[in-house]
Design a protein around this ligand. Structure first.
Ligand code: HEC
Ligand code: CU
Length: 260
């Protein structure tokens, strides 16, 4: 009797000592789940696979939040490149899988997350990064995971929710050209630099499968909603100057609006 009581107490202490990302174990069976999307990251030359536990796919299709026990695993591979460093594409124009880089994982369990301040907490989700050997990457700054996924609270912090629920738009999207328009294609803003007159509107249209967004540098709070494939966002510029901007989801994507 006594012995059992002692074992239970020790197990409890061990559980309590686990904090944050330590709660997330390597998802050994991730590839027995559902491969719900692949992402060609033109900006960082990576090929990514997004895996889910089956129940989360069902929930997303039904428009419900991911259930407790959901694990989403994003596997990062280097894209295969040619001798000029350009990604090699397959017959469908998609990137090809090269060396394994890392696994980034988010896991949700009832009761998790309560210890975080509200400006950081992502509901009941925890995040963790594992290297190619499946060991925890203890140099990863998990705070950045919470920060970048936080604005997606309205979709349960899952940035690829449309793909998870099978609701991502198919087919190619043609962006309209015009002096006040920027197309987003293959993780690039085009044109990268746009010149407009003061008090003019600028419209961005996303033609990629991946979601994108526009965040104006230095202008606190000026950022558009996330654009899924085929969606547009418009901003009005009311003071002359040069406005640098990035995509808040993929900070390597950069553009500029010059307001005369
Ligand atoms: C700069 C913003 C940014 C940061 C920081 C970030 N993510 Fe994400 N995350 C994304 C985007 C954008 C996607 C959608 C897939 C893509 O475009 O690669 C995503 C997707 C994911 C997914 C697949 C499920 C989903 O939400 O779509 C997981 C799992 C994930 N991230 C884990 C992490 C972990 C773990 C960290 C911290 C080490 C992290 N992320 C940090 C932007 C970010
Ligand atoms: Cu982007």
């Amino acid at each position: 009797m006594k012995r059992i009581g002692l074992t239970a107490a020790l197990a409890l202490a061990a559980a309590a000592a686990q904090a944050g990302g330590d709660k997330v174990a390597f998802p050994v069976n991730y590839d027995k789940g559902v491969l719900y999307a692949t992402v060609d990251r033109h900006d960082i030359k990576q090929y990514r696979e997004l895996w889910s536990t089956p129940a989360a796919v069902e929930a997303a299709k039904a428009g419900k939040p991911a259930p407790s026990g959901t694990v989403l695993t994003l596997v990062q591979y280097k894209a295969k490149v040619d001798d000029k460093g350009a990604p090699v594409k397959d017959a469908k124009g998609r990137f090809q899988k090269g060396d394994l880089v890392a696994y980034t994982v988010m896991e949700k369990r009832a009761g998790w997350g309560a210890e975080y301040p509200s400006d950081l907490r992502n509901g009941e989700w925890e995040y963790q990064v594992f290297g190619a050997t499946r060991a925890v990457n203890d140099k990863a700054n998990l705070k950045t995971c919470f920060q970048c996924h936080k604005p997606h609270a309205g979709q349960d912090y899952v940035i690829s929710l449309a793909s998870l629920g099978g609701k991502a738009a198919g087919g190619a999207v043609a962006a309209q050209a015009g002096p006040d328009r920027v197309a987003i294609a293959s993780f690039l803003f085009g044109p990268e630099k746009l010149s407009v007159r003061n008090n003019q509107y600028v419209t961005w249209t996303n033609t990629d499968d991946s979601p994108h967004q526009v965040t104006i540098a230095g202008e606190a709070g000026t950022r558009t909603a996330v654009m899924l494939k085929g969606q547009s966002q418009t901003l009005k510029f009311t003071a002359p100057g040069t406005y640098d901007y990035i995509c808040g989801l993929h900070p390597g994507m950069k553009g500029k609006v010059e307001v005369q």
